[in-house]
Ligand binder design. Structure first.
Ligand code: HEM
Length: 195
């Protein structure tokens, strides 16, 4: 056991923080999807907002520890290695999607719930609970993370590493659209003008 292995352990702990937070967020989204009243939705919306604070910790942890693992000169990888560069690009993508798109959509969902008021959720609040800005980001981010885990363990060339991330993203996004499609169809008639 040497410093490299301690840092690798920190790298994995950071990953577990991210996966843990991502799993709780997924549970929150599933409960928001099922919610039919403000009272059912609010606790899960609040928890989703709180758990989001763990993602920067995971991203910074992965990046900092990954940088050490990359630049330590016992091993053949360096900052120019394809799967390392794809790992860095993936972290930027996770940050932009999570901290930008999902964060902003989450605030809009909060505003829609507030505007809805107590009692049954109207179409606008339900539509925001099914918004791709939450669901596609959550599932595609998870897909990208699983792809990067593949890259970090299998260490493919640059093309293989990019392909893995693209596949992870596409499978995640497709799953998100599948999971939200049925409730969205359910909503469609009530969105049409009456008469
Ligand atoms: C989503 C982001 C990331 C995930 C999910 C991830 C995951 C992992 C995993 C699971 C391992 C253990 C592989 C093994 O021991 O076989 C690992 C190792 C490693 N990671 Fe990452 N990582 C990420 C980001 C990064 C970044 C940004 C860098 C570089 C700046 C990096 C550099 C490394 C290096 C050099 C190793 C050591 C490989 C080895 O000793 O076999 N990682 N990573």
């Amino acid at each position: 056991m040497n410093t490299y292995h301690y840092v690798l352990y920190l790298h994995l702990l950071s990953l577990f923080v991210g996966i843990g937070a991502g799993s709780v967020l997924l549970a929150c989204l599933l409960r928001l999807r099922a919610a039919r009243t403000l009272e059912q939705a609010v606790p899960w919306g609040m928890m989703a907002g709180q758990v989001g604070k763990f993602f920067p910790v995971a991203i910074l942890g992965l990046f900092g520890s990954g940088l050490y693992l990359t630049t330590e000169d016992t091993f053949p990888w360096s900052m120019g290695t394809g799967w390392v560069d794809v790992g860095i690009a993936a972290l930027v993508l996770l940050f932009v999607q999570g901290g930008g798109i999902a964060e902003r959509t989450g605030h809009k969902l909060g505003a829609a719930l507030q505007a809805n008021g107590p009692g049954p959720l109207g179409p606008e609040a339900r539509r925001m609970a099914l918004h791709p800005g939450l669901w596609v980001v959550e599932f595609s981010n998870l897909g990208v993370v699983f792809a990067v885990v593949w890259n970090m363990t299998e260490k493919p060339g640059l093309g293989g590493a990019i392909a893995a991330v693209l596949i992870g993203y596409a499978v995640g996004a497709a799953l998100a659209l599948l999971v939200t499609r049925a409730p969205q169809e359910e909503l469609a008639p009530s969105g049409e003008p009456a008469g």
